[in-house]
Design a protein around this ligand. Structure first.
Ligand code: IVH
Length: 675
């Protein structure tokens, strides 16, 4: 009896898997919905009666019950690279030339041309045929684990049919691809959200990426996500070609985009790209270009990669789509730095699957240059980026009653007179107490890349600033003193306030680099903040550093260093930092323990062209080994690493008696140090 039940369960599971494949991958259902539901019901019943027979790969186990509290970091075994972009035939011909130059003479080179799907990339790890983990791309090296959410996507098999594996063992491998939403599904989702008053998604890509980061898999399961796989890798297997790998993925039960083509030369590649571009609008999903890959995996390995992109593949971006619409109004938005940005309010129009009703006009110069007037018919274009651009106006539609646009004289948020620095294009509101600036600064401080205070978004910040509960960053960490007041504010319940206070408390753990980014020093983006934090290790050292000290850091320029000095010369800023310090925010970072090695505590300068690394890669390696990289040679420099055609820096190093290393010597030392 027990054996029979076990068998019956296996049979039903197999049947459901097959029907899922036919329905979700092939879009060719072979049984009625009713019969399918009966199968699922029978399986559920058998599993309820025999819970010990439930396995994680059962179709009933796609949607987990638990919420994902935090998406754990996953280090990709093989980094997830991105692609260099090309925009013209010439650039593609150039790519082909570089590929040929990178390979031994006489090699026959074939390419595969695939659609570039506009979704969110994902890496799926399968062990012994079972889906183990799924991860986002993240920064390419480390992504976030989204297994529970990905399991809900019916076109992604939980269990593979390894009998169809072309004789590969496939004991442990990764399949990579793109999670996306069909345009029609995306529209339906947005219509539903509109009817329930929820915020709309800008485009199918955002809605896919947003869905993958939901904490509740049950909600994810309700969203129409789909996946195309286009890449298979395994450290245990020697694959032959991209073309065969796409067939292998298909044969394993994955959804593979059918519009791929094998090309014998670059002329055929150009042809395939043109055909894809023509097909673009008839596809059910968004593609924003073609991806061209060297077919042979052996050749791919010879070509390798530079920085974050492979030398064996390139993206060909399609021309941006354009539409016309009417400019109904120009509003002047005040940013966190006080800079005023003109925003075009438009008659809503559909462009690449999203409804556009606003577009930035960047600055007043741009308006003058293009002579943009309220009433004009404008040309809107959407390239690879989410935000559409106004690329021009239709002069023939211009009417004499449309008057030239004049710059505003006063801040739209606080009424203060505006000021335009001589060497800048932007107008500024210089009132530090301007509510729009205060809100902008607080929003930036709380945002994901900064202090990451969940729940403290635009709406709450607006409310708290208006109620005078928030003014500076430090006020955020005093909010807990006003718990009762907060709860009494209309609409905010006790639970949501406690959650908010908990995430505020949690944000105190954010490392110094994030804090430095969060406090909003002009020109100090996340990357510069990290470099400053790694170099100075504490805010006090950064405050007392000279402008020269700061700008001598590799890739920190004079505009950053002077802005940093200016920021710390303002008493208000120092006061806020003192308060934040008392509240327990991290203003120091520990240097990671690095074992004794040649690079530790030495200062390096890079010059000339290196053959084996990009400058950034070389700098990163040195920093990881505890060395510092600066941009100019001085007596404090320990070593100059001189690549090919090094010029004035090499001369200066010789004059100053600074030790000079060749690239080969540098690589040997790196290897020695990493042992
Ligand atoms: S191949 C090393 N193929 O485009 C291989 N990528 O900028 C790298 N994408 O992160 C990716 N369709 O998310 C590849 N057919 C396709 C693709 C594709 C979309 C995305 C992917 C990647 C980004 C590259």
């Amino acid at each position: 009896m027990a054996v029979d039940i076990r068998k019956r369960i296996e049979t039903i599971k197999e049947k459901i898997r097959e029907h899922d494949y036919k329905y979700y991958v092939l879009a060719e259902p072979s049984i009625s919905d009713l019969d399918y539901d009966l199968l699922v019901k029978e399986l559920e019943k058998l599993e309820t009666e025999n819970p010990h027979l439930i396995t994680p790969d059962s179709p009933t186990q796609r949607v987990g019950k638990d919420l994902t509290k935090d998406f754990k970091p996953v280090t990709h075994k093989v980094p997830m690279l991105s692609l260099a972009n090309t925009y013209s035939q010439e650039e593609l011909i150039d790519f082909d030339r570089r590929v040929r130059e990178g390979l031994p003479d006489g090699e026959i080179i074939e390419y595969v041309v695939e659609p570039k799907i506009d979704g969110a990339s994902v890496s799926l790890n399968y062990a012994k045929g079972l889906l183990k983990t799924a991860a986002t791309r993240g920064d390419g090296t480390t992504g976030e684990e989204i297994t529970a959410n990905v399991r809900t996507i019916k076109s992604i098999p939980l269990k593979l049919n390894l009998l169809n594996s072309f004789n590969y063992k496939l004991n442990d491998f990764e399949a990579r691809g793109e999670i996306f939403m069909k345009i029609a599904d995306f529209r339906k989702l947005n219509e539903m959200r509109e009817s329930t008053g929820e915020k709309l998604f800008a485009n199918p890509r955002n809605s896919s990426a947003g869905t993958l980061k939901l904490q509740d898999p049950k909600l994810v399961a309700k969203r129409p996500l789909n996946a195309f796989l286009y890449y298979i890798i395994s450290t245990e297997e020697e694959f032959e070609s991209q073309f065969k790998n796409l067939q292998l993925l298909k044969s394993l039960g994955f959804n593979v985009i059918p519009e791929y083509r094998l090309c014998k030369n670059i002329t055929e590649v150009l042809d395939a790209c043109r055909i894809l571009e023509e097909k673009r609008d008839s596809l059910e999903f968004e593609i924003d270009g073609a991806v061209i890959k060297v077919n042979s995996i052996r050749q791919q390995k010879i070509l390798g990669s530079i920085a974050k992109s492979p030398r064996w593949a390139v993206a060909f971006k399609f021309k941006a789509k354009q539409v016309y619409t009417k400019l109904t109004k120009i509003t002047w938005q005040v940013g966190r730095t006080g800079a005023i940005t003109p925003v075009a309010e438009l008659e809503p129009v559909l462009l690449s699957g999203s409804t556009i009703s606003r577009a930035t006009l960047h600055n007043f110069d741009e308006i003058t240059r293009k002579d943009i007037r309220v009433g004009d018919t404008v040309v809107l274009e959407k390239g690879g980026e989410v935000i559409p651009k106004i690329v021009g106006i239709v002069l023939s539609e211009r009417k004499s009653k449309y008057k030239p646009t004049i710059p505003p004289e006063n801040c739209s948020a606080c009424g203060a007179p505006l000021f335009k620095p001589e060497n800048e294009v932007a107008y500024y509101c210089e009132n530090a107490e301007c509510p729009a600036q205060i809100k902008g600064r607080l929003e930036h401080f709380a945002s994901r890349g900064a202090m990451d205070i969940e729940g403290l978004g635009e709406a709450l910040i607006d409310l708290f600033v208006e109620k005078k509960l928030l003014n500076t960053y430090a006020d955020i960490y005093d909010l807990h003193l006003h718990r009762t007041d907060l709860i009494n504010i209309e609409r905010l319940g006790e639970k949501s306030i406690d959650n908010l206070l908990a995430s505020i408390e949690e944000s105190k753990k954010q490392p110094f680099a994030k804090v430095l980014f969060a406090i909003g020093i002009r020109y100090v983006g996340a990357g510069a903040a990290k470099k400053l934090a790694d170099h100075f290790l504490s805010i006090d050292k950064l405050i007392s550093a000279s402008e020269e000290d700061i700008s001598s850091i590799y890739e920190i320029g004079p505009s950053i260093s002077s802005s940093v000095k200016k920021f710390f010369s303002e008493e208000e800023n120092i006061k806020v930092i003192q308060r934040l310090k008392k509240q327990g925010i991290q203003f120091t970072s520990q240097k990671k323990e690095v074992k004794e090695n040649f690079f530790l505590n030495k200062t390096f300068v890079l010059t000339g062209a290196l053959n084996n690394y990009s400058r950034d890669e070389a700098a990163e390696k040195i920093t990881l080994l505890g060395g510092k990289v600066t941009s100019s040679i001085s007596k404090k420099t320990d070593c100059l690493i001189a690549g090919e055609s090094a010029g004035s820096k090499l001369e200066k190093a010789r004059t100053l008696g600074v030790n000079v290393l060749t690239e080969i010597e540098f690589i040997n030392l790196l290897e020695e140090a990493s042992k």
